[in-house]
Design a protein. Structure first.
Length: 74
């Protein structure tokens, strides 16, 4: 499950990089980059959508803290 999500994230990032969309106002890079937060769980009735979203948000925050233009998992 997680490996599949990582492959999708890598594919999306590659498409964005290949586009080389100018982003002259960025402090990170002069082209648009993409940071992603990935989380995977085995669904149960006990897992609330907000829990899953919060976990992905933590992973996204980690990606941004580590320099952006990357994905992190949580």
């Amino acid at each position: 499950m997680l490996a599949g999500a990582i492959k999708v994230a890598q594919s999306i990032q590659q498409v964005i990089h290949d586009q080389a969309i100018p982003h002259v106002q960025s402090d990170v890079k002069d082209i648009v980059t993409l940071s992603l937060g990935i989380t995977c769980v085995i669904p149960t009735c006990d897992i609330k959508p907000n829990t899953l979203i919060a976990s992905a948000d933590k992973a996204l925050y980690n990606a941004k803290q580590k320099g952006r233009d990357r994905y992190c998992t949580h």
